[in-house]
Design a protein around this ligand. Structure first.
Ligand code: MCN
Length: 738
């Protein structure tokens, strides 16, 4: 066809020995066996296992010519039976996806003390049980993914542009697959128009485009259409959970047992195995003092797109389990939901608090944060608002959720002990220019989080230079030192900490130069507000003068290397434990099932705040995504054909501005992180963690007079309406004479 340059298939890539798409985190099952890791090829080599799995790559002179030719490709498929649901995939006789994964099981992960939990359950006065669905979500960044590979005219070097959150990881894995040295690829990740975690993974297109450009010795570009996003981007969540909580007569939590089936999709994506196991399970103590906890999480293959981290990544799932259980305890005992939480929160005196599931929280005043959100939301006055709404014919309900978040992913030792194949440190370099301006290079990546502002603020406050004098460079492997990237709300806690450490190195070296310039001893030099001074005198030189001296050495210490630039690498000793409490009010139209979130209050502890406006925006954005999960978003596959039934925004509903209330956000800075130099904890995912549980709790509260006790996520009008009417039918049957 006109303009077609070539068509590649998996066989072409096989002939060139292009390696598989290997996950970067491999989980072990409870019996010590490694997870099943069936190969995933960038272009399928024998069989496709999910809608959207690429078979051929058509390269043409223009995008339109390539699209037209791609539409003409005829594939003779031999249809095989499919399974799209995690539980169905585990059943006897279910279609088998991979020979390497009998029973479709990737792993059976377990954590906690099961026998201790069993003992408590045998004697517990009360047990509450819930079966919960955590709905599958599709990421929907403003801009689709895009990849461009350009070979250098001389040599074998490639510049690979990719809309990725993790430039260094992608450079490493693609170079490995193509058998190139890591230096053979320069990866540039410019502004990518949002990422939400799903752009932080290795995708087949990165490999295909890089390989095709080398093979054709021409630049090759791919930009996903919106429809392609639906069938090529990783998806999120998709848990089926059975949870049981043993409690005493006073509603104190005694033991927690959680069994989750995690739908991994057809292949294990980059961090796909870790999210529902290592990350999710670590959060199942939440903010509560539950003495015994045991979790089992089974990772299952199905004929769906791979799942992986999506804003929250394991934490919203854990929070949803705990908060729904807390509400259920209140219902069972006829107690107030806030009171149940108060009785179980970890008190501030217990910090540092070692959870029975593994992690130790270094700090956090959960009761204070919770009390504050009840205050700002006037929880006590709610019944008046409920009655006022009822008089106007509307059902109003209130819900709440407390959460703790393992931000700052991840301490490398923790991660590698649980199967990570990469480190999760971060690196930052600072280069003082001779004119006193500053260039800072970090391995993190900003795609809506405002790093250029907040990281410049950190440097400005440490080095006493104006914010405008700071240039932040991210997303270019040739310019920034080896780093990890942005996900898991880690940029401030890990990247920001590396930056802070680098600034300290600049000051330390600056002191030596300043001492030389002022003919004083380095031990007597102080640094404040951008000036070095000899203690107890009025002798000073500015950082700018020191920087100039470092590069234009008219007077410079003979035993020092010229220049004023340094790099620091920071690997956190543990997570930064962000936490918070959210309250929301909804109104439910019982004739249509429509839910409106009318009020939302969030009190979050993200440690020391660098930029309150950015943090508030981050929390608001997270809440919007949590609202989407709670009320609107649902990724559905046809169980017979495996076809994706939500392939556009006509059938997959993301929140719009008018779905969001004007929310109130407060930050509690009283508990700075104790183990990083900034005292900061992450905030990027906070909103998405608390919101689904708070919103669902509010809807169930609004409908409690009708005896609606559960509605499966997402609470679409159809589902809410159906729940109301089936409850009413029960009412009618029960009240029918005879
Ligand atoms: N910050 C601060 N003070 C704190 C904590 C954070 O001023 N105590 C600032 C940080 O400096 C940074 C921002 O708040 O500018 C977010 O920081 P952090 O919590 O470290 O999160 P990351 O920068 O690592 O961003 C990742 C996080 C994740 S995991 C997803 S998913 C997500 C999110 O951020 N995707 C987003 N927020 C997003 N926002 C936009 N607009 N688009 C996305 O794709």
């Amino acid at each position: 066809m006109p303009g077609v340059v070539t068509i590649f298939t998996g066989a072409d890539m096989a002939a060139d020995n292009v390696g598989p798409m290997a996950p970067l985190w491999a989980i072990k099952s409870a019996d010590g066996k490694p997870m099943a890791e069936p190969p995933r090829w960038a272009l399928s080599r024998d069989r496709v296992r999910h809608v959207g799995e690429a078979l051929t790559a058509v390269v043409a002179e223009t995008r339109e010519q390539a699209q037209e030719a791609a539409e003409k490709v005829q594939v003779e498929y031999e249809p095989l039976p499919v399974v799209v649901d995690g539980r169905a995939a585990l059943m006897k006789g279910a279609p088998q996806l991979h020979d390497a994964a009998p029973g479709n099981v990737c792993f059976r992960f377990a954590r906690g003390d099961e026998s201790a939990v069993n003992k408590v359950f045998e004697q517990a006065p009360h047990i509450v049980r819930l079966d919960l669905v955590n709905n599958r979500l599709i990421g929907a960044a403003l801009e689709p993914r895009a990849v461009l590979a350009v070979g250098e005219s001389v040599g074998d070097r490639l510049t690979l542009y990719s809309a990725t959150q993790v430039p260094h990881h992608i450079r490493r894995v693609v170079s490995e697959q193509l058998g190139m040295p890591v230096n053979g690829i320069r990866l540039i990740a410019p502004d990518v128009g949002g990422g939400f975690g799903y752009k932080g993974k290795h995708y087949p297109e990165e490999t295909i485009i890089a390989w095709a450009a080398r093979k054709l010795r021409r630049p090759v570009k791919w930009v996903a259409t919106r429809n392609e996003c639906f069938v090529s981007d990783n998806q999120g969540r998709d848990h089926l959970t059975h949870a049981e909580l043993a409690i005493d007569a006073g509603g104190h939590f005694l033991a927690l047992r959680v069994e989750t089936i995690a739908n991994l999709g057809a292949y294990v994506s980059t961090f796909g195995a870790a999210i529902p196991s290592a990350i999710y399970s670590a959060l199942l103590a939440g903010v509560y003092r539950t003495p015994a906890i045991a979790v089992q999480s089974t990772g299952v293959f199905t004929n769906t797109l791979p799942t992986d981290a999506y804003r929250g990544a394991g934490r919203p799932e854990a929070c949803y389990v705990l908060e729904r259980l807390a509400d259920e305890v209140a219902r069972k005992l006829g107690l107030d939901r806030a009171e149940i939480r108060r009785r179980n929160l970890v008190p501030v005196e217990a910090m540092p608090y070692k959870t029975p599931i593994g992690p130790t929280y270094d700090c956090g005043n959960f009761p204070k944060v919770f009390a504050r959100v009840l205050d700002v939301s006037d929880y006590k006055g709610f019944e008046k608002r409920r009655s006022a709404a009822a008089r106007a014919g509307r059902r109003r309900g209130i819900g709440m959720a407390c959460y703790v978040e393992s931000s700052g992913i991840a301490p490398s030792r923790f991660a590698t002990s649980l199967g990570a194949r990469v480190g999760f440190f971060e690196a930052a370099s600072i280069r003082m220019q001779p004119d006193g301006s500053v260039q800072a290079m970090l391995g993190t990546h900003s795609h809506g989080q405002g790093h250029a502002t907040t990281f410049a603020q950190i440097i400005a406050s440490r080095l006493g230079v104006p914010v405008a004098a700071v240039q932040i460079v991210e997303g270019d492997t040739d310019q920034v030192p080896f780093g990890t990237g942005t996900f898991g709300s880690r940029s401030i806690a890990v990247g920001g900490s590396a930056l802070d450490c680098a600034a300290m190195k600049i000051i330390a070296k600056g002191k030596l130069i300043a001492a030389h310039l002022m003919e004083a001893s380095a031990a007597d030099i102080t640094f404040t507000g951008g000036r070095f001074a000899v203690a107890g005198t009025d002798r000073r030189v500015s950082l700018r003068e020191v920087a100039r001296a470092a590069y234009i050495p008219t007077s410079y210490p003979t035993d020092l290397e010229l220049g004023l630039q340094d790099t620091a690498v920071y690997d956190p000793p543990t997570f930064a434990w962000s936490n918070g409490a959210h309250v929301c009010e909804v109104e439910v139209d019982i004739d249509t099932g429509e839910v409106r979130v009318v009020n939302y209050w969030a009190v979050d502890d993200v440690g020391t705040v660098i930029n309150p406006m950015i943090v508030e925006g981050q929390i608001q954005g997270g809440v919007a995504q949590g609202l989407g999960q709670a009320l609107l978003e649902h990724c559905v596959y046809d169980p017979v054909s495996g076809q994706l039934l939500v392939g556009s925004f006509m059938d997959y509903a993301i929140p719009r501005a008018d779905d969001m209330p004007a929310m109130v956000s407060e930050l509690d800075e009283s508990q700075p992180c104790t183990h990083n130099p900034l005292g900061a904890k992450g905030c990027g995912e906070a909103g998405s963690i608390g919101a689904p549980a708070a919103i669902v709790g509010a809807v169930l509260d609004a409908l409690s007079p009708l005896d609606v006790t559960d509605i499966e996520l997402p609470l679409t009008p159809a589902r809410v309406w159906a729940a109301i009417w089936s409850a009413r039918r029960v009412e009618r049957v029960e009240s029918a004479p005879g």
